[in-house]
Design a protein around this ligand. Structure first.
Ligand SMILES: [Zn+2]
Length: 449
């Protein structure tokens, strides 16, 4: 190599290296605030505040944010000297960052005719799915969802652990994530299904059989970063001759108990188990087997509701997803889809009346991430929940489900500074929760219109 070329290459490499260092420094500066930045004080003046805990909105409130925490919340008063003051005016409502407790950031619920579930697992490299997951989390944050419990990667392995790490280290914007990694079901208990048995196809969950094997799978997932464990307690569902929903149970009582026993004793913070269950035997095995939250719960009978109230088991109904892409009504699939929504409405109303603890969850990913996450609020209110209770289901109640009460989903001293603002009054019209104009997460402003 001629000397001149060598020198210019050396200079080029040096410059490249320096540019890299500069970029790294910028990213570190973004992710890890220096002590000076951490002490920065921001004051938000809220003409109307729904704080997540109170039953009534509060007015003319000053929220003092120092670093990544809320320092004080007071009616009236003056901002401390030197603070940056944000005043939204009277047409805006301030709330805690919202929490969706049932999402799939690795799933893209577009038109199944364009890209099916099978296509997503079979055709895309993991890098493609991870790239799209970064878009999912950004969309959630833009819509004021500052925390997600993401309940499995649908064949994308431990990808959620990596996305969570990238968010926490400041490399990509996104909500706080509580992740479940791969999820658990039994042989024959989860797609992909229906392929030539001689061809090995990926599965959307980690499948196993027997208490020993399922305990081992739970251990693997917990060891690799699962904050929660997700179990499929029912799989196929269909409408019987009378149009009533029937669901196939999956894990045996011994199998689910092995999973919950292992998970509950894993360590600190306490790990818990989210159980997908539609109804029937599988749902009752979930309740008797120590599941902490029932996902979907389409068909809750009276004894299930009574047990959930008595034992404080959470209900994450995910109403909206069952109105998406339903099959024509004269087909077996269409009859099943109708049986699902018919039962779901009754179950939700009964659970609400009985006082079951309800947390907001959507199944985003099953729904396209291009659609508003806040659509679910309208469904809940449409079935009789008050707008304030619907908001609480996505703030204090969701935080309680996550064992983060007082830290998340509330605007109170000591809580993380996850604060949003929406145009209008969501108590008068819950659709206002779709008009998010301001998002602060962990004390940093992500969006300000
Ligand atoms: Zn789901």
């Amino acid at each position: 190599m001629p000397k001149r070329a060598f020198i210019s290459k050396f200079v080029f490499l040096l410059l490249f290296f320096m540019a890299d260092l500069l970029l790294a420094a910028v990213m570190i500066a973004q992710s890890k605030p220096s002590p000076g930045v951490a002490e920065k004080t921001i004051v938000i003046h809220a003409a109307t505040l729904i704080d997540g805990a109170s039953n009534q909105p509060r007015h003319n409130v000053l929220i003092v944010v120092k670093g990544n925490r809320i320092e004080s919340v007071s009616e009236g008063g003056n901002p401390p000297a030197g603070a940056t003051v944000i005043n939204f005016g009277s047409a805006v409502t301030v709330l805690p960052g919202l929490i969706d407790t049932h999402t799939h950031i690795f799933l893209q619920g577009e038109d199944p005719k364009v890209e099916s579930y099978d296509d997503q697992l079979l055709k895309h490299p993991s890098s493609y799915r991870a790239a799209r997951a970064t878009v999912s989390v950004r969309r959630a944050l833009e819509q004021g969802f500052t925390t997600l419990r993401d309940v499995e990667t649908e064949g994308a392995g431990y990808g959620d652990v990596g996305i969570k790490e990238a968010i926490n280290n400041g490399f990509i914007p996104g909500p706080r994530l509580f992740v479940v990694t791969r999820a658990i079901s039994v042989t024959g208990g989860y797609p992909l299904e229906g392929y030539n048995p001689d061809v090995v196809v990926p599965k959307g969950a980690q499948l196993g059989d027997g208490a020993v094997e399922l305990r081992k799978i739970a251990r693997q997932q917990l060891d690799n970063g699962a904050d929660w464990i997700k179990v499929y307690m029912t799989h196929r569902s269909w409408a019987d001759k009378n149009g009533k929903l029937v669901s196939q149970p999956t894990l045996t009582p011994e199998e689910i108990k092995a999973v919950t026993d292992e998970t509950h004793n894993w360590g600190y913070p306490k790990r818990r188990v989210a159980c997908h269950a539609y109804g029937g035997i599988g749902l009752h095995r979930a309740l008797d087997g120590g599941c902490d939250s029932i996902e979907h719960g389409l068909d809750l009978d009276d004894s299930a509701i009574a047990q959930m109230v008595k034992e404080g088991i959470w209900y994450v109904p995910t109403l909206g997803v069952y109105y998406e892409d339903n099959a024509p009504p004269d087909t077996p699939e269409g009859k099943r889809d109708k049986a699902r929504v018919d039962a779901h409405e009754v179950s939700f109303k009964k659970a609400l009346k009985a006082g079951v603890k309800i947390a907001f969850g959507t199944d985003m990913g099953g729904i396209s991430w291009s659609k508003p996450i806040a659509d679910e609020f309208g469904r809940m209110v449409g079935f009789g929940m008050s707008p304030m209770d619907a908001i609480k289901s996505a703030t204090t109640n969701a935080a309680d489900l996550l064992d983060m009460k007082g830290q998340l989903g509330v605007i109170a001293p000591g809580a993380y500074a996850d604060i949003i603002a929406v145009q209008g009054d969501p108590l008068a019209n819950v659709e206002a929760l779709k008009n998010v104009t301001f998002v602060m997460k962990d004390g940093a402003i992500f969006k300000q219109k």
